[in-house]
Design a protein around this ligand. Structure first.
Ligand SMILES: [Zn+2]
Length: 241
């Protein structure tokens, strides 16, 4: 049996459920994913942990702290990049502020957190929990914009490869990597690099907004290794076993 379950929430927001934990990454709220949606996903018998890779509004909403005062449910803990404005209510009982290129052990259990730098803001996360190794890229992406100069494009490429080159050395079970359709032909650059250099078992694209159709068109599965499981979400709040 798979030791984890993935629910794609929306954009870069995902839920990974392991034996004892519910790990929420980069959750924010809009019409496509509401606080009620999130509340309905939280179960009583697992520890919820919210990870925030950085403070951009498509990765973070301060309302995630509202879940800290749940009745009859274990209080969630929070792992948040230091670039996020620290407006934290008193009700939050455990919060870990993280910077790039560090390793942390969470107080409440055996969860290990390794952070990497980003090519935008904040951090990328590599988490080891309940025997599962999970990578969430945040905005660490190969930002190859058509409108950029050649110099800027190669700088972006170098920066991305320098950081992702470190990430791919780690054993990874499950990875979330950006495929941003706004980059057009370059949308899959980050994913392709990651897939080629990493031994990750399962890969899920993120950071494509509501562009589910474009996402499907952009991804060429024939270029990926046979033993890599690629999960392509087709709608918001989609659960994969
Ligand atoms: Zn972003």
């Amino acid at each position: 049996m798979n030791p984890y379950m993935v629910t794609f929430l929306h954009h870069s927001g995902v839920l990974v459920e392991t034996e004892n934990h519910q790990l929420f990454f980069d959750v924010y709220f809009d019409d496509n994913f509401t606080m009620d949606d999130l509340e309905s996903l939280i179960v009583e018998d697992k520890q919820a942990v919210f990870f925030v890779s950085h403070g951009h509004k498509d990765h973070y909403a301060p309302q995630i702290f509202a879940f800290s005062k749940f009745q009859n449910k274990k209080a969630p803990v929070y792992v948040i990049s230091t670039d996020v404005e620290p407006i934290v209510p008193d009700t939050v009982y455990e919060i870990l502020w993280v910077k790039p290129n560090q390793t942390y052990k969470m107080e409440h259990g055996d969860t290990l957190i390794r952070t990497f730098d980003s090519t935008d803001a904040g951090v990328a996360f590599l988490i080891e929990v309940d025997g599962v190794s999970i990578f969430h890229s945040g905005d660490l992406n190969w930002w190859h914009w058509k409108s950029a100069t050649n110099e800027m494009q190669s700088q972006e490429e170098n920066d991305f490869k320098q950081i992702m080159g470190q990430v791919v050395k780690a054993p990874i079970d499950l990875a979330f990597v950006p495929v941003d359709p706004r980059l057009e032909e370059a949308a899959c650059f980050a994913m392709a690099y990651f897939a080629e250099h990493s031994d990750a078992k399962t890969l899920v694209p993120i950071h494509f907004g509501e562009a589910f159709e474009t996402l499907k068109m952009r991804i060429d599965e024939s270029t990926l290794k046979d033993d890599l499981r690629l999960i392509i979400p087709s709608h918001n709040i989609e659960r994969f076993i």
